[in-house]
Ligand binder design. Structure first.
Ligand SMILES: [Zn+2]
Length: 221
């Protein structure tokens, strides 16, 4: 199955940092694909040593397939549509911060959840974005197979691309079930990633104000 994304201009393999404004197109979002995922899951259940025809398991493959489609729905969302009319002219030039945005994603190494909070700030430069759009942008990228570092960068790069602001700061703190349930089994460790752009990268004062507002500057960051 082709999984490469193409842009409107027909380019493939955008240079880093990639801002996927177009969304991805393959495979088609339809019942046939979901049915195939369910068939594979039936086989996985069998290979794990269970009986996929056991009464309580019979509907599980279809449920898992539906749930996976939901958890990876970000592949099918077009950022232009998500943002829509949500950008406005404004003279505000102070930091705008949305903190504690709930976040659920899937680690691409183990397809196990990682979850936590995203904090997103920017300093406008003539344009602001509707506050409700920021969690939607987070979800577009979180609902994919991800690594936390890339997710953090994609959110920052998207806001840089659509707002051309004076700067963007994104911090994500998350627990990874692949670390908690298996591997090193560290229940309380949290991974913290940050992406600083523009003034947030250049000026430590701006960065520190952001980190102070999200109360990480004296913590583990
Ligand atoms: Zn993992």
């Amino acid at each position: 199955m082709v999984t490469k994304k193409t842009t409107k201009s027909g380019q493939v393999d955008l240079p880093e940092p990639v801002v996927d404004l177009e969304g991805m197109f393959f495979p088609p979002l339809n019942g046939e694909t979901t049915g195939k995922i369910a068939e594979h899951y039936r086989e996985i259940i069998r290979l794990l040593g269970e009986d996929p025809d056991r009464d309580d398991l019979r509907k599980t493959p279809a449920r898992v397939a539906d749930s996976l489609r939901f958890l990876t729905a970000g592949y099918y969302r077009n950022l232009d549509e998500v943002i829509g009319e949500g950008i406005f002219e404004d003279k505000c030039d102070e930091m705008i911060l949305l903190r504690d945005i709930e976040l659920y994603s899937l680690c691409e190494h183990h397809i196990l959840p990682f979850f936590g909070k995203a904090h997103v700030a920017y300093i406008p430069n003539g344009k602001i974005i509707g506050l409700s759009k920021i969690p939607e942008i987070v979800d577009v990228f979180a609902r994919r197979l991800q690594v936390q570092e890339r997710l953090t960068n994609q959110i920052a790069d998207t806001l840089m691309a659509v707002l051309k602001p004076k700067g963007v700061g994104v911090v994500i703190e998350a627990h990874h079930l692949c670390m908690m349930m298996r591997g090193i089994q560290k229940q309380n460790s949290k991974a913290i990633t940050s992406a600083m752009r523009g003034g947030f990268k250049r000026y430590s004062k701006t960065r520190m104000e952001f980190l102070r507002l999200i109360e990480l500057s004296n913590g583990s960051h």
